[in-house]
Design a protein around this ligand. Structure first.
Ligand code: HEM
Ligand code: HEM
Length: 161
């Protein structure tokens, strides 16, 4: 358990952050057409294990595993304190945003598996809604990093490089 805040994120924490960014880009832009395979599953009752559903499921489970790993590292290594020159509300907003992202990175694979393996339309709707909320939260996260970097000029982006 980390007792004091470390000076920086560890190399492994940084690698995992960017690995998850790449995996999420694949989920949203390459493997999002799993929806077609899901409709076939609902209509015929038989799952199709062609390339896209397999890739979507494998990458989704990988995101789950890497997120659990990141959360464990957050407990053992910790995370650096926010720059002192920034307003207090920015730290609260960052904690909230990171919390929502972590929660969705756990909830999406679970709701995804539920919708696919139980052929559940309501879980699929929940999964889809979750993907939209994650997209919005990530946009907010990236906008915040840009504000820190270029408005407050605290060099925050370097903390994840
Ligand atoms: C972090 C992990 C995941 C992300 C970011 C993600 C992302 C997405 C996205 C962007 C879509 C398309 C939504 C749309 O068309 O509006 C989708 C649909 C779907 N995903 Fe995932 N997914 C993840 C994990 C999983 C897993 C592990 C499974 C199954 C084991 C799964 C099963 C599905 C299914 C069945 C659909 C179709 C839902 C429908 O069309 O109603 N997902 N997912
Ligand atoms: C799919 C996209 C992304 C996701 C899901 C994501 C998620 C996260 C999460 C959960 C954290 C908190 C880490 C922790 O303290 O445990 C974080 C931190 C960070 N992210 Fe991202 N991120 C994404 C994209 C980006 C991008 C594109 C940038 C660069 C513009 C970026 C820059 C940073 C920085 C600099 C931090 C450290 C913030 C701090 O020191 O408090 N992220 N990210």
């Amino acid at each position: 358990m980390a007792r004091t805040a470390p000076a920086s994120y560890s190399t492994l924490q940084k690698l995992l952050h960017w690995a998850v960014v790449v995996l999420l880009a694949l989920q949203y832009f390459a493997f999002d057409s799993i929806g077609r395979a899901f409709r076939t599953l609902i209509e015929t009752g038989t799952p199709s294990y062609s390339l896209i559903p397999i890739a979507h499921i494998v990458v989704g489970l990988l995101v789950l595993a890497l997120t659990l790993w990141r959360l464990a590292l957050r407990v053992t290594h910790g995370a650096p304190a926010l720059p002192e020159e920034e307003p207090g509300w920015a730290g609260i907003a960052a904690k909230l945003t990171h919390g929502v992202i972590y929660l969705l990175l756990l909830a999406l694979p679970v709701s995804g598996m539920g919708s696919w393996f139980l052929a559940s339309r309501s879980l699929a709707e929940l999964h889809e809604a979750g993907t939209s909320v994650l997209m919005l939260t990530v946009l907010l996260h990236v906008a915040a990093v840009l504000v820190h970097q270029f408005w407050w000029k605290t060099g925050l982006a370097r903390r994840m490089m």
